[in-house]
Design a protein around this ligand. Structure first.
Ligand code: 13P
Ligand code: SF4
Length: 330
């Protein structure tokens, strides 16, 4: 087995796996033996989605993390998601298959700079998108996700001043939908900023009936063209309910696995990026593999830890979000 030093360098347990092992069977066995649950985001690779106990968007995953009675949560997602699970269930062991699975959006908002930014607006309430560090959540009044951001802002009195961070695209979308004047942090997601308006237009010309489904982390020029804007769960539900048969999907391409499973007769095209690479795959989400998931469950690391003083502060805005979401039926 590797040493912890080696894990720290590589970000995951890296040891020989007997190629004759059926990893699906092994993971199932380990899950029962250790009373573990696997929570996976829609952007994970198909094998991980297929073995997960629960697949969902950021809100659904937080709700599951808050209520699970498992001893171990294996979080197949990125660092901020696993941190949120740890904050909500501090007595549980939370594992992330690759500890380096980060997030460009969370990185775009360093806590020490956000602290200074916040100090400029002392009478403002701070709403932070869940895609941020635990430290940032600890400085916030309410956390939100893409599925409840509009509802949370609308639940506040119209005269309440609000800072919204770190995603400027989601923030601008929420401001437009609610008619509120939000003070935005200038952060963004590298995956959702890559879509090309010109290439989407050409794809639409080839598939005139195709509906464009976009995540609100996309830029305004893409959102303007969209037939539907919503969270990953929203996009999935829209495609299932819609009488249309073709869809262009402007979010991370991993979600197409669930869309095709739910609607095998419909066609889903990943929205093309503005260059020739496969940039609508999130490189952070895709750091996790079935092999790393197996090893982290077997070895009990890499483990997510959050300092107690951060947990105590960060849990307040996250629970506020869960409480408002439950009240609004989101
Ligand atoms: P949702 O799954 O909440 O829509 O968020 C998408 C995302 O970018 C997660 O990193
Ligand atoms: Fe972060 Fe964007 Fe990847 Fe989501 S898709 S984890 S926001 S980098």
């Amino acid at each position: 087995m590797d040493t912890f030093e080696e894990i720290n360098v590589k970000g995951f347990a890296d040891e020989f796996i007997d190629p004759s092992l059926d990893l699906f069977d092994e993971i199932e066995k380990l899950k029962k033996e250790k009373n573990a649950v696997i929570l996976a985001h829609y952007y994970q690779e198909p094998d991980i989605q297929d073995i997960a106990d629960y697949i969902g968007d950021s809100l659904g995953l937080s709700q599951q993390a808050a209520k699970t009675d498992a001893d171990i949560i294996v979080f197949a997602g990125v660092h901020f998601m696993a941190e949120t699970a740890k904050i909500l269930s501090p007595s549980k062991k939370v594992l992330l298959p690759d500890i380096k699975a980060g997030c460009s959006l969370a990185d775009s908002c360093p806590p020490h700079l956000f602290k200074k930014f916040k100090e400029q607006y002392p009478d403002h309430l701070v709403i932070t998108y869940v895609n941020c560090t635990a430290e940032l959540k600890a400085m916030s009044d309410i956390v939100c996700t893409s599925s409840n951001a509009v509802g949370i802002v609308e639940s506040l009195p119209p005269e309440q001043n609000i800072i919204f961070g770190p995603d400027k695209n989601l923030g601008a979308y929420v401001a437009k939908k609610t008619g509120r004047d939000l003070v935005l942090w200038n952060g963004s997601c590298m995956v959702h900023e890559i879509f090309s308006r010109e290439k989407i237009t050409k794809l639409k010309e080839r598939h005139p009936g195709a509906k464009l489904l976009a995540h609100p982390e996309c830029e305004e020029v893409i959102l303007q063209m969209a037939d539907y804007i919503g969270s990953t769960t929203g996009i999935l539900k829209y495609a299932s309910k819609s009488p249309d048969n073709e869809f262009i999907v402007a979010t991370e391409a991993g979600i197409i696995h669930q869309m095709e499973k739910a609607e095998p007769s419909k066609k889903f095209f990943p929205a093309p990026p503005n260059n020739n690479c496969a940039c609508n795959d999130c490189p952070h989400m895709k750091r996790n593999t079935l092999e790393k998931l197996y090893l982290c469950l077997k070895n009990g690391y890499p483990e997510i830890t959050v300092p107690q003083h951060i947990i105590e502060k960060a849990v307040v805005p996250i629970e506020r979000m869960l409480e408002i979401s439950a009240r609004l039926g989101l």
